[in-house]
Design a protein around this ligand. Structure first.
Ligand SMILES: [Zn+2]
Length: 131
């Protein structure tokens, strides 16, 4: 077995090369893009949180009770009775949700969504204008 340097003398094209200017530029570009994406995602997350926070505030007035979540088992299933008398269940932990004409229908609807990976934070059924 010879030294690595001997090997690379025989096969110079396989020797490690310092990155070319082009590669360095591409690397920088990639990392800039990554930073920009991170900024954009952070902004989206922030905006989303704002929307959720605002909705959570609006929901407060419709808050009815808290129950055990059929999916995660935590006592974090918020139950809301909305303006139109619809019941809405939303787990504050795992995010599962469901709505119905009464509490038991809403709970049943929520339970039947187990495994669907739904999250009310991604698209709540809640709306103040549900008439
Ligand atoms: Zn849950």
């Amino acid at each position: 077995m010879g030294e690595w340097s001997d090997y690379f003398e025989d096969f110079p094209e396989e020797a490690p090369q310092p990155p070319s200017a082009e590669e360095r530029a591409k690397e920088k570009f990639d990392s800039d893009i990554k930073d920009m994406n991170a900024d954009a995602f952070a902004l989206i997350a922030k905006t989303k949180k704002k929307v959720i926070d605002a909705a959570q505030l609006q929901k407060k007035q419709f808050f009815e009770s808290i129950d055990y979540c059929p999916q995660c088992g935590e006592k974090k299933l918020n139950v809301y009775k909305l303006e139109n008398k619809t019941y809405l269940c939303e787990c504050q932990d795992c995010g599962i949700y469901g709505a119905g004409d009464n509490f038991s229908t809403a709970l049943h609807k929520t339970a039947s969504a187990i495994g669907d990976n739904i999250d009310w934070r991604d698209g709540s059924l809640f709306s103040v204008n549900t008439k």
